[in-house]
Design a protein around this ligand. Structure first.
Ligand code: GLU
Length: 560
């Protein structure tokens, strides 16, 4: 067989050689140890939490080592492509601090364009490049055309499936498949010519010389030492439209684009034998691989399950809608990614997560468990440490999109909102009322007449007593009082009505009193805030002002 002639017959339009292409993709000039990584999503939908995970690793490593992080759009499967998905992915990733130095970017008009010298960064634009390498492999006798049509392949598979059911002897089955493959490899130049003349479509397959009996030793930077059989499957490199399969595009692109570390989900681990073989056939240096464990969740029965696309918490855009601050999500991702992150964070409470020395060795080998409670915890802490101004800006930005009426209320009086948001902020033990921006209205809405309503019941006392407390409060209330004077007045009302003014005294002899001062202030609290749980009542009244405070207590008293 004249492989040169075969290559020319199959790819007459390809005149470049791999050497010509290599010249256009010179080695990157980076310092020793600088890592080059990429995120390579297929534009088939939204960013999944399980995708943010590897992309965070892929972002951290180069940015910690003076390297390059780039975005490549893997759009080789036109059937699965979703319109606008690539643009959406870029925007969502940017929200979560995934900044690319190079690759597919959004231009000013919101269209995808290239930034950097190693493009095009959209695989559908790279057809001739893949075809050049495929031609070379054919020329070297390492790949061959296969004219079996998709229908024939489907048929073959059907037969195989039937066989599989009957045939439990896998050795025999595997041998049979191999023979089929080998039969497909044997063809004459005349046959090829006849097919081409007839315009029959063909795919290019690798001529796999691996021996499945032989094992390849391999070290994955996350999974550790691995061993797998050599690849003996003649897998497809180029589909009949000249577009590569994932395997082939991965080898060609990661080589040309100078990727040092391939960071991807562990679902690609079974394909590794193919990739190792392909890099070797192509004469490329194998990059380092990091296969990231999948994210798991607990199902209703407490069993671990893969976090699937449809699960709550999978779609990153949901976090935005739910009002999670991206900082909180990023921080949570870090706690999942590196086992020592929390310890570091506790010691470096004011530092951003990007200061953390991310360490590959501290990554979990098996699946991490996704847990909303933990995320909420992290989120409350993050929000509690923000300044009132930061909270205000982020809250208004969120509300503008998801609760425009609330945004209007907040922006109508910025100073008032800032005063409210300052309550309990800044000290050693800040209040942790907010977990998401959606919590803000239920927490602080009562400060605004448009949202105020009595939602909690009063403590269990007779109406006359509660009304009497309110009456006495209105008689003595003076907004000019300092906090201690204000509280002394509440205590005085308590004593006068047979409630203990002093908690210690009450605890020693509870039956001697009708209740205590906390009950008394709770009546006023419900009247003024509508809730049993609210920030410090004195502060609340200072913010509301005399008129509103009096109006609310009066109205509550009348309604009893
Ligand atoms: N396009 C592949 C995916 O979305 C990329 C895997 C990789 O990073 O190599 O799963």
């Amino acid at each position: 067989m004249d492989h040169n002639m075969l290559a020319e017959m199959l790819f007459p339009h390809i005149q470049d050689t791999p050497a010509d292409i290599e010249a256009r993709y010179p080695a990157r000039k980076l310092a020793e140890g600088a890592k080059v990584t990429r995120f390579a999503p297929s534009p088939t939908g939204f960013v999944h939490f399980g995708g943010l995970f590897p992309s965070t690793v892929a972002e951290r490593l180069p940015h910690q080592s003076g390297g390059v992080f780039y975005l490549r759009i893997e759009d080789t499967d036109a059937k699965r492509e979703v319109e606008g998905a690539a643009e959406g992915l870029i925007k969502t990733l940017a929200t979560y601090g995934i900044r690319f130095d190079e690759g597919a970017i959004l231009d000013e008009e919101g269209k995808i364009s290239d930034k950097g010298d190693y493009g095009p960064y959209k695989q559908s634009m790279r057809g001739p490049i893949y075809q050049t390498y495929a031609k070379q492999l054919v020329r070297e006798g390492k790949a061959y055309p296969c004219f079996t049509t998709e229908e024939e392949l489907d048929e073959l598979q059907q037969v195989n499936k039937k066989e599989e059911i009957k045939n439990t002897d896998w050795q025999v089955e595997a041998e049979k498949r191999r023979e089929e493959m080998l039969a497909r490899r044997q063809f004459t130049m005349e046959e090829v010519k006849a097919h081409l003349d007839a315009g029959h479509p063909f795919v290019i397959r690798i001529l796999a010389e691996g021996d499945a009996e032989k094992k390849v030793k391999f070290t994955d930077l996350v999974k550790g030492a691995l061993e797998f059989p050599e690849n003996d499957e003649d897998f497809v490199l180029l589909k009949s439209d000249g577009i590569p399969t994932y395997h082939f595009a991965h080898a060609v692109d990661d080589h040309l684009m100078g990727t040092t570390h391939v960071i991807r989900g562990e679902e690609w681990l079974p394909s590794l034998p193919k990739h190792v073989q392909l890099f070797s056939y192509l004469g490329f240096k194998l990059p380092k691989y990091m296969h990231i464990a999948q994210i798991m969740r607990l199902d209703e029965n407490g069993n671990k399950k893969k976090l699937s696309k449809r699960d709550m918490g999978a779609n990153m855009d949901d976090y935005t809608r739910m009002g999670y601050s991206p900082e909180a999500v990023c921080e949570y991702v870090m706690t999942l990614l590196n086992s020592n992150y929390e310890e570091w964070h506790a010691k470096n409470i004011d530092k951003p997560y990007t200061d953390f020395p991310f360490n590959i060795k501290k990554m979990s080998v098996s699946g991490c468990l996704f847990d909303f409670n933990k995320l909420d915890d992290v989120s409350k802490n993050i929000l509690s440490r923000m300044t009132a101004e930061q909270v205000y800006e982020k809250l208004v930005a969120w509300a503008t999109l998801f609760d425009p009426d609330f945004a209007k209320v907040l922006t109508a009086d910025r100073e008032k909102a800032l005063t409210i948001l300052s309550i309990g902020r800044g000290g050693k033990k800040p209040r942790k009322d907010l977990c998401t921006w959606a919590d803000a209205k239920p927490y602080m809405g009562f400060f605004y007449d448009e949202y105020f309503e009595i939602v909690d019941p009063y403590a269990d006392f007779d109406r006359e007593t509660i009304a009497l407390v309110m009456k006495k409060f209105l008689e003595t209330y003076d907004p000019k009082d300092e906090m201690s004077a204000w509280f002394d007045k509440i205590k005085a009302i308590a004593s006068e009505l047979g409630f203990a003014a002093d908690m210690k005294a009450y605890k020693q002899n509870p039956t001697a009193y009708r209740g205590n001062v906390a009950d008394v202030s709770s009546f006023i609290r419900v009247a003024v805030t509508g809730k049993q749980n609210a920030p410090d009542l004195y502060t609340v009244m200072q913010i509301l002002g005399e008129e509103t405070t009096r109006a609310r207590v009066t109205k509550a008293m009348m309604a009893l």
